[in-house]
Design a protein. Structure first.
Ligand code: ADP
Length: 489
């Protein structure tokens, strides 16, 4: 008899039936041995290269260019040149290019999804069902706005900012590219985008989409490289806008760098979201939301529900259900269609997660991981939950960016609000309760840019996303997302 059965819990107990492997074929992806930079509609060689690898088995995938300061200047110059005519195109013409990109992304979605999972480590079912449809939807959505800016901002004469320098992270490589490029182009800007060093391949494939859509040369430029390439882009004289998504530390450095310069800035940084569960909620539904909130994309999600705040009266029951649900998660090959939790994106990230989890144990929290066999090669971390967590613990304060949940309790709604807001971040939150009025009461008091009610990690291009406090400023998505790429006369 298992522990659960002994406790008289009658819900089905996970069996050890295994799934047959269901690998997605990688044949659809045609990788080049070596990639240059996509600048002015052409592929340019760089002096230095680095190898990009597959987190699932550490195998090399391709050589990618490390853009130098001169390479970045070159890309900015190409974008400035293209801005002259792109910004003067009739808005309906700009929209046509965006619609084309959206359609091509939808048509080539399997190729992109496989490449995203190969290079980033996320489960294919997530790249296929979340990243790709949402990326295409962003281009469709902002294509619709391109010729309606005058209506969005009546009597304010919206104008583009010029060249947007855009720096994105590795957790949603193509989706973050779409969040950045779609509104920028819709508003008449041109872009130089730098993908993260561990996940450059879908951005480079996107360059091919631009070629296919006949986007005029220089409107979209992709420069690859590490943080130094990003820093060159931020320092560049020729840009009018910086849009950054990544760590709070780098976001602060960028803000310092831009102080005193007339450059528009938006920052989307870290998070430590509270997922707040009241005793009157639909408990099984909440368990699904908690699992989705923290184990989706291995927890490599800035808005992940990494702090579970549960009403004390249901703590034991909820934790029991949660552990049982965790034991059904399938961890393994990102390219297997049954995989729920894929590979950790990089060795550096795995080390960071491991260090923080060790700190959780050292500080006295209680760790649980369901038994699961992790592949030998590649980088993996089992889904983890910590109970007995105090607010002062590092695992309750610091962003782990991995599949690690910290459980805290509360008794009253006021206490829930106070604990949820007890963080330097303010990106997102979730509330689980049967009472709609309580959701509204809580949402009013939570310092979080996005508040989900009885759901979590829901995204829509029409809905603005962004943070308070050290989670950054500015909004992406929706009509609000246009403002980041416009100036008003
Ligand atoms: P993470 O810690 O999650 O990798 P980072 O903030 O380091 O997040 O990285 C996000 C993006 O910012 C990446 O594309 C990275 O190359 C870039 N980056 C890192 N350091 C700098 C910097 N000093 N200036 C500009 N971009 C940077």
């Amino acid at each position: 008899m298992t522990d659960l059965q002994k406790r008289g819990d009658r819900s089905p107990v996970p069996t050890d039936w295994t799934y047959a492997p269901a690998p997605e074929s990688t044949d659809i992806v045609r990788l080049q041995e070596r990639y240059g930079l996509y600048v002015g509609g052409e592929w340019l060689e760089t002096k230095d290269q680095f190898t990009t690898i597959a987190p699932r088995d550490e195998s090399p995938l391709a050589e990618v260019g490390q853009a130098s300061e001169a390479d970045v200047q070159n890309a900015v110059a190409a974008a400035r040149e293209a801005f002259k005519s792109w910004s003067k195109l009739p808005a309906t013409e700009r929209a046509k290019y965006l619609f084309r990109i959206a359609r091509i992304l939808a048509e080539r979605s399997r190729e992109f999804a496989v490449l995203e999972s190969l290079n980033g480590g996320k489960p294919i079912k997530e790249s296929r069902d979340v990243d790709l449809p949402l990326a295409a939807a962003h281009f469709f959505y902002y294509a619709g706005w391109a010729d309606k800016l005058e209506y969005a901002y009546p009597n304010r004469s919206p104008k583009p900012l010029g060249v947007a320098g855009q720096i994105i992270p590795w957790n949603f490589p193509l989706l973050m590219l779409a969040w950045k490029i779609a509104p920028a182009l819709a508003c008449g800007n041109t872009v130089v985008l730098k993908p993260a060093e561990t996940t450059p391949l879908t951005a480079l494939l996107f360059a091919d989409v631009c070629r296919q859509a006949e986007v005029p040369p220089g409107v979209v430029n992709i420069v690859t490289g590490d943080g130094s390439t990003g820093a060159h882009l931020v320092r560049s004289e020729g840009i009018g806008k910086v849009a950054f998504t990544g760590s709070t530390e780098v976001g602060k450095a960028i803000q310092r760098e831009l102080a005193g310069r007339d450059i528009s800035l938006t920052l989307e940084l870290g998070g430590k979201a509270a997922n707040i569960v009241f005793e009157d909620c639909a408990l099984d539904q909440a368990v699904e939301g908690i699992v989705n909130g923290i184990y989706f994309n291995q927890g490599h999600v800035c808005c992940a529900g990494s702090r579970l705040l549960v009403q004390e009266s249901i703590h034991d029951q909820l934790v029991r259900k949660l552990k049982r649900r965790m034991s059904t998660l399938r961890v393994g090959d990102p390219l297997d269609k049954n995989t729920d939790v894929g590979a950790i994106n990089s060795k550096a990230q795995l080390d960071r997660i491991t260090e923080l989890v060790q700190a959780g144990t050292d500080e006295g929290a209680e760790l649980y991981q369901p038994p699961c066999r992790l592949p030998e090669k590649g980088w993996w971390f089992a889904p983890t939950v910590f109970t007995n967590v105090a607010q002062s613990h590092r695992i309750a304060q610091e962003e782990i960016f991995g599949p690690v949940l910290s459980v805290l309790t509360f008794r009253t709604p006021d206490e829930a609000v106070e604990k949820a807001n007890n963080t330097m971040y303010g990106l997102s939150a979730g509330i689980w309760t049967e009472k709609g009025s309580r959701i509204l009461w809580m949402a009013d008091r939570l310092r979080a840019g996005v508040v989900w009610g009885n759901t979590f990690n829901r995204f829509d291009p029409a809905s603005p996303f962004g943070g308070y406090k050290e989670s950054g400023f500015g909004r992406e998505g929706g009509r609000h997302g246009l403002e980041a790429y416009l100036r008003f006369e």
